[in-house]
Design a protein around this ligand. Structure first.
Ligand code: SF4
Length: 429
């Protein structure tokens, strides 16, 4: 075996080991030693959409942790969301540097929290910037436009959703819906003070109507016209409008990508878990995604890993990781068949929803991630010029890009075998 291929394989094994750990961390969460809160040199966890655990963390904890910061051989980042869980095997500690230790297996790795943002020391009027814009990963400015969703009005909310109950118990902004002017000012200020930001991600509950929500997104697009001249990637997560032509308007004001989430692929379970979306229509969602893929060249839809295999009575005690992987991968296939890029989030709860706690299996999640990456990579839907599935290369709250990277480097290792030593050097450059 050539030296180049050997070195890449060694690095790949380390990379894969850390993706496996990330899957375990997203499944089980992390508890924290008191000494972690002392340094305060990290981006402190804010509530963005949901709280990740039923118990509130007693001290400041980091928002995201870097597990792998890239090497010459594999220039990728592995980053995980800090999902606090006081009962986890994993503990974060600070002993001459931050580390994560698993008490059951003895595994210990160094980690780096993402640095402070200063968003809580800058204000829009009386409000701290951190209550309007949250920094996600290393380069994303995230905004939750509305913590209210009209599905909650008639008990049609998605059964896993906690966006409004979380807001009710821990108000992070003085109103459930943020005024557009404050969002626009907040985004401008965030980009002014943080030169690492490259992406804007807007997400929201459904406001008065689907079309109204899209119009509010369009107003944000119009408001940050100046920012977009700086090559900022602008992405929206939302339900599609009734009037598909509004998607053209979104494109015209600068949105690059839209993600319209199916959440559950199986049509019967979709009816049960997402009654509001079911009223919009399963087929209609696909029609909207098809329209979006023409307007934006590509369309994304996310499913929630962990709830694809639930029985109709949503009894979590029957949950089985093998069945979950089978159903979730069927969803991935189904979306790819329709030329839609499947994304996934990993189910988590603070036990404010109708489903409750599911103990996700970290190993099964890793196995799903690997197969997911292979399926998307080999589908050819992602352009070769695009290095990852999601625009946000770090994707801390899921394993989308990690799975894709696993498939990409496996292919590269296999390909290297067929090239001469000289050619290998050229390829790896
Ligand atoms: S559409 Fe579903 S997941 Fe999204 S905010 Fe409304 S209830 Fe929650």
């Amino acid at each position: 075996m050539s030296e180049i291929r050997h070195d890449l394989m060694q690095e790949y094994k380390h990379f894969e080991f850390l993706v496996r750990i990330k899957a375990d961390l997203l499944a089980k969460g992390i508890r924290v030693n008191q000494n972690v809160g002392k340094r305060k040199d990290f981006n402190r966890k804010q509530i963005h959409l949901y709280q990740h655990c039923a118990t509130l963390h007693p001290i400041d904890i980091p928002e995201d942790l870097v597990l792998y910061s890239g090497s010459m051989l594999i220039p990728e980042i592995i980053m995980t969301k800090f999902r606090y869980n006081p009962d986890s095997d994993w503990q974060m500690d600070d002993e001459n540097g931050y580390k994560l230790r698993n008490d059951r297996t003895g595994v210990e790795i160094p980690v780096e929290p993402t640095p402070q943002t200063g968003f809580d020391q800058h204000f829009i009027g009386e409000l701290p910037l951190s209550s309007i814009v949250q920094k996600l990963g290393t380069d994303v400015a995230g905004v939750v436009l509305s913590n209210w969703c009209f599905y909650f009005q008639n008990n049609h909310e998605c059964r896993f959703c906690e966006i409004f109950p979380t807001y009710q118990s821990q108000k992070t902004f003085n109103k459930a819906q943020k005024p557009i002017e404050q969002v626009v000012e907040g985004l401008k200020l965030a980009f002014q003070i943080d030169s690492h930001l490259k992406h804007v991600l807007i997400t929201s509950g459904n406001m008065i109507s689907y079309d109204h929500t899209v119009r509010e997104y369009i107003k944000i697009g119009e408001g940050i016209k100046e920012l977009k001249k700086k090559n900022i990637n602008f992405q929206a997560i939302l339900m599609p409008p009734e009037n598909f032509l509004l998607m053209d308007e979104m494109r015209n004001v600068g949105f690059h990508r839209v993600c319209m989430n199916l959440e559950v692929f199986d049509p019967q379970l979709f009816e049960i878990i997402t009654p509001g979306k079911a009223a919009y229509g399963y087929q209609r969602l696909f029609e909207a995604l098809d329209y979006a893929s023409k307007v934006f060249d590509i369309a994304y839809s996310s499913i929630v890993y962990g709830i694809q295999s639930l029985s109709p009575d949503l009894d979590v005690t029957k949950w089985d990781p093998a069945k979950e992987n089978q159903k979730a991968l069927a969803g991935v296939d189904g979306l790819l068949e329709k030329k839609i890029i499947p994304l996934f989030t990993v189910y988590h709860t603070s036990e404010r929803n109708a489903i409750g706690l599911i103990r996700i299996d970290g190993e099964a999640l890793f196995a799903f991630t690997s197969e997911y990456g292979q399926k998307v990579f080999s589908s050819g839907i992602i352009a070769e010029s695009q290095n990852s599935i999601s625009f946000d290369s770090t994707s801390p709250n899921d394993l989308i890009n990690d799975g894709y990277s696993l498939a990409k480097y496996q292919k590269e290792i296999a390909d290297l075998e067929t090239f001469s030593m000289e050619d290998q050097k050229v390829i790896r450059k």
